[in-house]
Write a protein that binds this ligand. Structure first.
Ligand code: SAH
Length: 348
């Protein structure tokens, strides 16, 4: 017979769990167990990162997308989206503002928008790197060719975020149209790592058709793949998508998984995501207390924020970047941590 406390001890000691043990851990979740795991995870994160919380300035460069992911508000088929794309000069202005506010990492995220050719991006990346040599440039622009990833890396990009979305091919096919490929996405992650990027992957919590079986596979995948960063957030329905009536993921389950992730890889960078802050007003604080150590405030121009709506009711779409970071700084301090001005590279 499995004893759940043995599984917790095993996880906390750094040993690998079996798929069955991960699944059991998920199925046996209750308040007491969540509190125990959060305390263990918080201890581990403090051992590695102290009280530090790293900030990443998120610049949402475009909401044009060639893809049609069933869960995503900016999917190609959504005709109600007011599409925009930021020009390189506008992006550079966001970086300038961000730098003054203490950001040392800029994350450029967007839909898969063919406007951003390698030529445009390499110029933009090298402009950012020459203006702010002490900053890290992170890209989150979806699937591109290996050649393209190489060119962007050579231009100075340091990191790439590409959530795998789900570690199960079958599940992937239920969340994406058949024009999209699980194998290709996984292969992109492999290539990004080979090139030398620090990589982030991740998945949504409680996306449609996800059961504890899928979740146990997610944990196994992260354990084996060992990304530098793992971003997870609850699935949140968007009104103009096929999944509009699907229930959103919960804060408690997300935090529980954050704790398990911290225990699987104590050094991993783990963000408390905007989606988590969207489903619960204290979501990001709860995420930090459960083991997360990164937050990604929005640096996009206020005029476009509402338009980059991946899911309904996304928070922080009205404030200026300076207000956002101040609000977050207070929240982080209240939770018992502190925001640092640092590139925030992963500890090796
Ligand atoms: N085009 C880029 C960026 C995608 S947006 C790429 O392909 O990587 C960043 C992430 O938001 C996605 O990877 C997805 O995990 C998450 N996301 C999209 N729609 C969501 C929804 N409805 N609820 C919660 N998260 C969502």
């Amino acid at each position: 017979m499995y004893k759940i406390s043995d599984i917790v001890d095993k996880l906390n000691s750094g040993a690998k769990l079996t798929l069955e043990e991960y699944e059991l851990l998920i199925n046996e979740r209750n308040e007491e167990l969540a509190t125990t795991l959060a305390a263990l995870a918080d201890r581990k994160r403090r051992e590695v990162y102290g009280e530090d919380v790293y900030i990443r300035g998120l610049i949402e460069i475009s909401n044009y997308c060639v893809n049609d992911c069933l869960y995503c508000g900016i999917r190609r088929s959504n005709k109600n989206v007011d599409r925009y794309r930021l020009m390189p000069e506008e992006i550079l202005l966001c970086c300038k503002q961000g730098y003054e506010l203490g950001f040392r990492t800029f994350v450029m995220q967007g839909g898969e928008d063919p406007y951003y050719t390698d030529e445009i991006l390499t110029k933009l990346i090298s402009d950012i790197k020459s203006s702010y040599p002490d900053c890290a440039v992170t890209l989150s622009l979806g699937e591109r060719s290996k050649e393209s990833y190489m060119r962007l890396y050579d231009a100075g990009a340091d990191r790439y975020l590409l959530r795998h979305e789900t570690a199960s091919k079958e599940h992937y096919c239920k969340l994406h149209p058949n024009t999209m490929s699980f194998d290709n996405r996984m292969n992109c992650l492999k290539e990004l790592r080979e090139i030398g990027y620090q990589i982030g992957c991740g998945f949504m919590v409680s996306s449609p058709y996800q059961t504890s079986k899928e979740l146990s596979k997610e944990l196994k995948f992260i354990e084996e793949f060992k990304p530098d960063m793992c971003g997870i957030g609850p699935f949140v329905a968007h009104k103009d998508t096929p999944f509009k009536d699907e229930p959103s993921g919960g804060c408690d389950l997300t935090c529980y998984l954050l704790s398990i992730l911290r225990l699987i890889h104590p050094k991993m960078l783990i963000p408390a995501t905007t989606a988590l802050g969207t489903i619960d007003p204290q979501g990001r604080e709860k995420g930090l207390k459960a083991g997360a150590n990164v937050v990604m405030p929005n640096l996009s121009p206020v005029g476009v924020r509402k338009k980059y709506e991946l899911y309904d009711n996304k928070i922080c779409t009205g404030e200026e970047a300076s207000e956002c970071i101040e609000c977050l700084r207070k929240r982080v301090e209240k939770a018992g941590y502190k925001i640092v001005t640092d590139r925030g590279d992963v500890r090796k």
